[in-house]
Design a protein. Structure first.
Length: 375
C-alpha cells in the first residue's frame, strides 16, 4: 500500500498552504512552559486535521475533522492571541467544499462564531473597543475570510460541472460516432447500390458488345474501371474516419481558408441541408473543399463567391472568383478530375467556364428516400 501525505490529484496546492503554519509556530516561540507545549501539540493536531480533511472529502468524517480544526482555531484565538484567527483561512477553504447547502450553512455559521466570539470576549476583558489601527489590521482579513467560502464553493461547483460536461461530451461523441457508423453504412447501401447496379448493367453490355463492337466495348469497360475506382476511393474515405463531412461544415472551412489567403468571401443560398443524404453531402463537401483549394492556389483572385440552391429534384452549386480564369480547352487536373469522378457516383455534373474569372458549376440530383419502406 503506497503512503502519501496528500492525495496526488491535488498536486502541490496542499503543500503550499502549509507555509502559513510557520506563523503560529513562530508566535509559539514567545510562549513558555506548559502553554508553549500545549500550543505545539495543537499545531500538530491542526496539521493532522489538515491532512485528514483532504482524504475525507465526500465522507461523513469530513465534518468531524473540520470541527476539530475550528475548535483549535478558536482555542488559539481565545487563549493565546487574536492573530491566530488567521488560521481560519484553512477552515474557510474547506467549508467552501461543501456541496450540500445545509452543511455549507452550518460550516459558515461555525466559522463566523469561531472568528467573532474571541473578538467579543477580548473587548469584554479589555473593557474597550479596538483602536482604529487594530480595526484596519483585523477587519479586512476577517471579511475576506468569511466571504471566501462562497467563492471557493462556486469555483468547486464550476469544476464539478465541467467534469460532468466533459463526461457528457464524451458520451455524446461515442453516440455520434455510433450513429455515424449506422448512417454511413445505410447510405453506402442506398447510394452505392445505384453505382453497383450501373456496373452490373455495363458489364452485361460489354459482354454483348465484345463480338459486335469491340471498340465500344473497350470504351464501356474503361468507364466501368473509372466508376469502380471512384466508388472504391469514396468508400475508403468514408470508412477511414467514420464521419462524413457536411456541407455546412465545409462552407465554414472554405470561408476560413479564403480569408487566410486574403480573398474576400460571399455566400448566398440555403443554410439548412438536413434533407440531403450524408453520403451526398460528403461528396459535395469534398468538391467544395477542392474548389476552395484551387481558388487559393491557382486563381490569383481577390474575391470568391458561392451560391447553393436546392430545387425540387436537384442541387445547384456555383463557385465564382475574379481571378485569371481558366483555359476551357485545358485538360482537367487531378483535383478537377477527382471531383468529376466523385460526382459521377451520384450522377452529378461539373462544368467550368469563364466570366470575369473562373466559374465552377456543380449539379447534383437529389435522391429522395421512400419513408416507411421495408428494410
Amino acid at each position: 500500500m503506497n503512503f502519501s501525505i496528500f492525495p496526488k490529484r491535488f498536486g502541490l496546492f496542499p503543500y503550499i498552504f502549509l507555509i502559513y503554519l510557520g506563523f503560529p509556530i513562530y508566535y509559539l516561540t514567545k510562549e513558555a512552559g506548559m502553554k508553549q507545549l500545549l500550543g505545539y501539540l495543537m499545531v500538530l493536531l491542526f496539521l493532522l486535521t489538515y491532512r485528514q480533511i483532504y482524504f475525507s472529502i465526500g465522507k461523513r468524517s469530513f465534518s468531524y475533522w473540520l470541527a476539530v480544526q475550528l475548535a483549535i482555531v478558536f482555542s488559539f484565538s481565545l487563549f493565546y492571541h487574536l492573530n491566530y484567527m488567521f488560521l481560519g483561512f484553512f477552515s474557510a477553504n474547506f467549508i467552501g467544499w461543501y456541496q450540500d447547502k445545509r452543511l455549507f450553512r452550518r460550516g459558515l455559521i461555525s466559522l463566523v462564531i469561531v472568528q467573532l466570539l474571541p473578538f467579543i470576549i477580548h473587548i469584554v476583558k479589555v473593557g474597550s473597543f479596538f483602536t482604529t489601527k487594530e480595526l484596519i489590521y483585523y477587519v479586512p482579513f476577517l471579511i475576506i475570510m468569511l466571504i471566501s467560502p462562497f467563492g471557493i464553493r462556486s469555483m468547486n461547483r464550476r469544476m464539478e460541472l465541467e467534469k460532468a460536461l466533459d463526461k457528457a461530451n464524451q458520451k455524446i461523441e461515442e453516440l455520434v460516432k455510433r450513429e455515424e457508423r449506422v448512417r454511413i453504412a445505410r447510405d453506402l447501401h442506398d447510394t452505392l447500390g445505384h453505382t453497383l447496379s450501373l456496373l452490373t448493367l455495363k458489364s452485361q453490355l460489354v459482354q454483348r458488345l465484345t463480338a459486335v463492337d469491340p471498340e465500344r466495348a473497350r470504351h464501356e469497360a474503361k468507364e466501368m474501371e473509372i466508376t469502380s475506382r471512384a466508388a472504391l476511393q469514396q468508400v475508403r474515405e468514408l470508412v477511414s474516419d467514420m464521419r462524413a463531412a457536411t456541407i455546412a461544415e465545409e462552407l465554414i472551412q472554405m470561408q476560413q481558408i479564403l480569408r487566410a489567403a486574403g480573398i474576400t468571401y460571399q455566400y448566398d443560398g440555403e443554410v439548412n441541408f438536413s434533407t440531403i443524404s450524408p453520403f451526398i453531402q460528403n461528396i459535395i463537401a469534398m468538391c467544395v473543399r477542392e474548389a476552395a483549394t484551387n481558388v487559393v492556389k491557382h486563381s490569383r483572385a481577390t474575391h470568391c463567391s458561392i451560391s447553393i440552391n436546392l430545387l425540387s429534384e436537384k442541387m445547384n452549386i456555383v463557385i465564382k472568383d475574379d481571378g485569371m480564369g481558366v483555359s476551357v480547352n485545358r485538360v482537367f487536373g487531378n483535383g478537377l478530375r477527382g471531383m468529376e469522378e466523385r460526382l459521377a457516383l451520384v450522377d452529378g455534373e461539373l462544368t467550368l467556364s469563364n466570366h470575369n474569372g473562373a466559374v465552377l458549376e456543380i449539379t447534383v440530383p437529389i435522391i429522395k428516400k421512400a419513408e416507411g419502406a421495408a428494410g
